[in-house]
Design a protein around this ligand. Sequence first.
Ligand SMILES: Nc1ncnc2c1ncn2[C@@H]1O[C@H](COP(=O)(O)OP(=O)(O)O)[C@@H](O)[C@H]1O
Ligand SMILES: [Mg+2]
Length: 485
Amino acid sequence: MAKLWKKMKKGKIFEGFRSLKTRIFCIIMAAGIVPCVVLHVGILERYLDNTITTRTNEVQTQVKIIADHLITYNYMLDNSSDVVNAELSQLSNLYDGRVLVVNGNLKIIKDTYGVSEGKTIISEAIIKCLKGDGPSNSLKDAGYIEIIVPIEEKLEEKTHVAGVMLTSVSTDSITNGYEYIQSRAFLLEILAMVVIFGIALLLSRKMLKPFEKITDAINDVKNGFTDEEISVTDYIETEHIGDAFNQMMGRMKVLDNSRQEFVSNVSHELKTPLASMKVLADSLILQEDAPAELYREFMLDIAEEIDRENKIITDLLSLVKMTRTSADMNVETVDINAVLELLLKRLGPIATRAEVKLVFESRRPVSAEIDEMKLTLALSNLVENAIKYNVKGGWVKVILDADHQYFTVEVSDSGVGIPQESIQHIYERFYRVDKSHSKEIGGTGLGLAITRSAILMHRGSINVNSEEGVGTIFTVKIPLTYIAS
Ligand SMILES: Nc1ncnc2c1ncn2[C@@H]1O[C@H](COP(=O)(O)OP(=O)(O)O)[C@@H](O)[C@H]1O
Ligand SMILES: [Mg+2]
């Protein structure tokens, strides 16, 4: 008992019920057992009641007939009539019972057992019957039915109760029959139970087979035995699970491919500056008495390549930080106007060097819940691009606006623009429209990838509009309140 209680506390007893197989098994069992119980109660118990009622009615009818004969043969005054006595003993033999004839003074004038004749009988039911309450009967626990029928004679159109007939009929034959049927029914029920149990066991196993099949198939893929598509078409449900799993595998393959591509891109990008440095160093080594100026010139080139390598690594680290999990978001309520002002102030010198005019237009004060570091990096990249891919004497304009839900930052420039066919690629890692030009001005091709990731982490959106030779407009839209996933 204590063990059971412990199990229940741990929820282990109910654990098995979480299995679909167990549930199907239980449902089939219930579906089989409930009709059995209904049949048992509905038919068997009814049978007993019905038989007793039928027997009672039968005996009552017979007794009534004899009661009439009692009057006809004037039996109440003289109980020596052979005809009536024969009828009485026949009745008592037939139903394995006893018949008493009682007169109006409660005196027993005939007992088929012959033991109580001449005695007085006092019973409520008999008195009631004598008073004219009509026949009555009752089932006694001792195993017999007691039937009381009035002996009525007609005197001047009036019915007068001259006495009663008290008949006790044994119910033994009925209960014996009932017990026999009951034992038979019990056997049948046990048999039915065993069959239902077997069916439930088999069906619950069979019905769950496709689910086991699909689990096995998924496990095979998981353990690397196969990478074929899963298809278990037994049920629509298993087909759906298979489809969903195949789609997931497809997505994983795409992710895996893009990860491999990324790794090979990274290696390539990191190797390029190294290769340049190697060439520069080698040519110095090969020239035995190279002049000091050449050394200096080559060393400057090497330093430049180191800077580039450094920039690529810095950008890669930023990109890794912009993973799309919200866990490492450092969200605070921040004055966006101040953020943009500071950002533009920092980029001022670069703009001046590129001879580009930098304008900031704020339509209203905005404060929002953002990760300041990440959003600053995202917007810096946009403004930096607008300066870098511009023309001498051009301009860059940053406009801040907001409604009740979002704030928008628009970065427009009068620069070279982006060719239509390149627009869909600019957010890809390491993508650059004009590789040589971009490299010349220090691009790694990671800037917009970082920007997009940072904006998505804020659940915002980024859009671009560009025309070659005219300029580009990037529009960033971010919710004012941060929505955690
Ligand atoms: N404002 C802009 N005007 C023109 N071209 C742009 C602009 N912003 C981005 N691009 C193009 O998109 C490419 C990808 O940008 P980005 O990811 O920032 O890489 P990069 O390191 O080259 O700047 C750039 O190489 C450039 O060709
Ligand atoms: Mg850039």
